[in-house]
Design a binder for this molecule. Structure first.
Ligand SMILES: [Mn+2]
Length: 422
């Protein structure tokens, strides 16, 4: 091999994502997200052209569902045509969100696009100056629910070209994602690929260095649990086969979660000022082509503000002030929520030995934590509403861990109210 190879891998574009949760909870925010997955994809195409890559790979879930809008399909075609004009091939496998059967459309993709087959591992040789510089092996999902270990079908034989595997799969059968095309790292290694380019897990992760096996993650976070930068990997293979990679964020709106210990904050005004400063700081960290940031804060620590924050609407008020101040700026900041995980300043040990109502209350609560029968009775009471079939459909019953959290919150709140400490 003599030529240097440079390419970009992305996956889980989920074009046309509906942002369902946001549409109901925060309609004005959902509006800002409306085209964000599409815009992130355009940034990847811009990057392919700027970096003059040899090819682009897409590792499944290009679309979010079978019900795809005409505009998303046209966007994809037009963007891939930009690559066609620059002679950049695009190799696509499909995943559980966009199985091959959903791609039967009137849209004709340009000639540089290779949508790989699903009945066996497909092969696409990539040529440069008349020579094959690499071969891409990949297989698409025919249907959503692929339970077969597709990785076992891959076997590289080419002796001189670099072999690259492209697959939508759940490596290590991770529980937080549906177990489609499950396989292990060792299964992947046995295919003799030089590089594995995966899709399915939405958080970017290099899971193995030799051979290089990576998930690029999705290209735009769609909810608060898809926080942090989202994008693609640009990978280069030197003539001596040395492989290097770099993550390139392309999200247009960033999600962030942050814990803040407010032990030393002594007034709500001070808290509002602190969060306002945080917003300013986040905005100054955004890059030119980011439209905004959505933040969830979790306030922690024993706090002198415990009583005020848990008993009044001050947190909601603070959120509204920040939304008013930062949501109409360009770029914008939006506090998605300010969650309380704070405790009163006084500890329960301070009252536990007292012969009074508060002492009795804390001793009873402490006993409940260690008494299976009492816990079961409480759980039964709290889960009473779940005997209703409609409620059952939408909510899950409380478990013991959640009960213990409720108990702890109740102890803190009871202690605060009974002690009269304000
Ligand atoms: Mn996906």
């Amino acid at each position: 091999m003599t030529a240097k190879i440079k390419f970009i891998h992305c996956a889980d574009l989920h074009l046309d994502s509906p942002f369902q949760g946001l549409t109901t909870k925060e309609p004005s925010l959902a509006d800002r997200f409306k085209h964000s997955t599409n815009e992130a994809f355009v940034k990847i195409i811009d990057l392919c052209l700027a970096e003059k890559v040899d090819f682009l790979t897409i590792g499944g879930d290009t679309f979010d569902g079978a019900d795809r809008s005409l505009s998303a399909q046209i966007l994809l075609r037009d963007q891939l045509e930009r690559l066609q004009k620059a002679n950049i091939p695009v190799i696509i496998v499909t995943g559980n969100h966009d199985p091959l059967s959903d791609w039967l459309t009137e849209i004709k993709f340009p000639k540089n696009v290779h949508l790989l087959r699903s009945d066996k591992v497909d092969k696409v040789p990539i040529e440069k100056d008349g020579k094959t510089i690499t071969t891409i092996f990949g297989i698409s999902y025919k249907i959503s629910n692929v339970t077969e270990n597709l990785s076992l079908k891959f076997q590289a034989r080419e002796m001189d070209a670099v072999s690259i595997g492209l697959l939508h799969a759940n490596v290590g059968s991770r529980k937080e994602h549906a177990v489609y095309a499950p396989c292990t790292i060792n299964d992947l290694k046995s295919g003799n690929m030089d590089i594995w380019l995966l899709g399915h897990i939405h958080t970017p992760e290099v899971i193995c260095e030799k051979p290089l096996i990576l998930y690029p993650g999705n290209i735009q976070g769609r909810h608060v649990n898809e926080d942090g930068p989202r994008g693609c990997y640009i990978i280069t293979i030197d003539p001596d086969r040395k492989i290097s990679y770099e993550f390139k964020p392309v999200q247009t709106i960033l999600w962030k979660q942050e814990e803040i210990n407010i032990r030393n904050i002594t007034s709500v005004i001070e808290l509002a000022d602190l969060l306002s400063d945080k917003c300013e700081e986040e905005l100054s960290n955004l890059s030119d082509n980011e439209k905004g940031i959505v933040i969830r804060w979790k306030l922690t620590g024993p706090s002198p503000l415990y009583h005020e924050l848990t008993m009044t609407d001050r947190i909601e008020e603070t959120k509204e002030i920040l939304v008013g101040r930062f949501f109409n700026q360009t770029p914008f900041a939006f506090p998605e929520s300010i969650r309380l995980s704070i405790k009163p300043e006084r500890k329960k040990e301070d009252y536990l030995d007292q012969e009074n109502f508060i002492g009795d209350f804390l001793r009873l609560a402490g006993k409940t934590e260690n008494d299976d029968q009492m816990k079961n009775e409480l759980l039964q009471m709290l889960n009473q509403p779940f005997s209703n079939r409609t409620i059952k459909k939408y909510l899950e019953e409380l478990n013991e861990k959640e009960l213990l959290t409720i108990l702890e919150d109740s102890v803190n709140m009871g202690m605060d109210l009974l002690s009269g400490d304000k």
